[in-house]
Design a binder for this molecule. Structure first.
Ligand code: THU
Length: 162
């Protein structure tokens, strides 16, 4: 038997240690929890996407009485950004979550489907996306979407000869 250990690097920051541009991005994600539509979970998520051209797009989770029809904040923001600027790479995304009482103390980490969509955006433009996950205690920075999705399924998986 062989074994493979897969590692993910997470850089942990305090808010004040981040560049001003990233602080702005995180604040935009935090603001967005107010516009979430989350009557079923009361778990309000905000996302902010920064493009290479400086454009900024925001989103939040949009729930539905038919639960699977809802969409996470990250995908709302990313799809919106990609729809407006289909040729412009995404530089960074920030995500924050609020329980109705407080922002989470430790960072919210994106669901598998959102990781998959971030990965598609990253591979589409061949540019890493910096991912910032907000918590009041600390902020996680992951240097690209691939780090968040080991053993990923991507475009080149479809092109492999078996
Ligand atoms: N949610 C997000 O919007 N992003 C995440 O990263 C995790 C989960 C939403 C989906 C649903 O509306 C609520 O949070 C509870 O799962």
């Amino acid at each position: 038997m062989d074994q493979k250990i897969l590692e993910t690097r997470v850089n942990i920051f305090r808010f004040t240690e981040l560049e001003p541009e990233i602080q702005v991005l995180i604040n935009k994600a935090k603001e967005q929890v107010d516009n979430a539509y989350a009557p079923y979970s009361n778990f309000r998520v905000g996302a902010a996407v920064l493009l290479q051209n400086g454009a900024l797009f925001v989103g939040n989770n949009q729930e539905n009485a038919a639960y699977p029809s809802g969409l996470c904040a990250e995908r709302v923001a990313l799809f919106y950004a990609n729809a407006q600027f289909p040729q412009v790479p995404v530089r960074a995304i920030a995500i924050a979550a609020h329980t109705g009482d407080n922002y989470l103390a430790y960072p919210v980490t994106p669901c598998g489907s959102c990781r998959q969509v971030m990965l598609e955006t990253e591979t589409r433009f061949e540019k890493p996306i910096d991912i910032y996950l907000y918590g009041t205690e600390c902020i996680y920075h992951i240097e690209n979407a691939a780090q968040l999705l080991p053993l990923r399924f991507e475009k080149k998986s479809l092109e492999q000869n078996h």
